[in-house]
Design a protein around this ligand. Sequence first.
Ligand SMILES: Nc1ncnc2c1ncn2[C@@H]1O[C@H](COP(=O)(O)OP(=O)(O)OP(=O)(O)O)[C@@H](O)[C@H]1O
Length: 353
Amino acid sequence: MSIRDAVLANLKKITDPISGQDIVSAGIVRALNVEGDTVRFVLEIDPKQADKMEPVRATAEKAAQMVDGVANVSAMLTAHSDKAPPDLNPKPKPSQTGPQAVPGVDRIIAVASGKGGVGKSTVSANLACALAAEGRRVGLLDADVYGPSQPRMLGVSGRPASPDGKTILPLRNHGVTMMSMGLMTNEGQAVVWRGPMLMGALQQMMSQVQWGALDVLIVDLPPGTGDVQLTLSQKFMVDGAIVVSTPQDVALIDARKGIDMFNQLKTPIIGMIENMSTHICSNCGHEEHVFGHGGVASEAETLGVPLLGEIPLHLDIRVAADGGAPIVVSKPESPQAEAFRKIAKDMIANGNA
Ligand SMILES: Nc1ncnc2c1ncn2[C@@H]1O[C@H](COP(=O)(O)OP(=O)(O)OP(=O)(O)O)[C@@H](O)[C@H]1O
């Protein structure tokens, strides 16, 4: 029998005057520790019973000393607490991998494109402003770190403030709360982002920016199917994705890849938008199909995703975007703005925004 077991056997012969059980079964012998020939333990008691328990402690100390091989014994009375003893079993860490919601944000919608330059940022800015005009509380995160354009499109400049060094205060214009990676760097300065930096920056933008209460947060993604797209869908609960494409085959091939990626990530596709659909001459109103027309509609049908709308190629759309007031703000009654506003209204009607 080990010293520890022999000590316990002797302690079991002592009766706890409070419960009538032996002191080991009563659970008052705690922290029994044997080190060489030294034995230490405590008797955990109600402090009000200290006088009654002191003789028990002295008896327990002697009982431990009786064990062969024990030279020194230290038994102490300690006050028990009503609190549960600390749980020393390591708990599994909460899962870091599951997608999380952003506090206060009801929905996250990703706007993506397979190919660059198809007008994804223009569509994001106009949709955000159109949804805000419908009374929705809208946030717009420009996650296009390679070519951040939302500050220019929404007409905001200056660096966002961080009063406490932890949270970042977003900017606001045209009813849209906006944050862009472009505001964290100097305009015109090329930024070389590596994968882990990108992911860290995106998480920071989602979690540390004080978005406030939003009905919808639109995330303007970089073109393609890279780290930012993956991180967004894996780390955050993305409610839906909109894929913007021009009608040409080359753009459509890439758009298909984008849809494929969202399907694999199990992010629901809200639908596709054909941008630069028909060119309307700003002088004569003549319509021509610079990049073809209807390519996205037939692709959407093939892929079984909704076509949300077709946005014409029109000089006013570019001029408005470059001037810091998207066309839905600067010319809300124009047919070009109407195309965006219809998409926004349908999104609200379908519960997507
Ligand atoms: N429907 C349109 N009519 C006219 N010009 C447009 C239209 N859509 C976008 N543009 C213009 O095309 C250019 C590219 O658009 P935008 O920056 O929105 O594309 P993007 O897909 O976000 O590009 P990036 O590759 O930088 O992500 C901009 O100058 C924009 O003003």
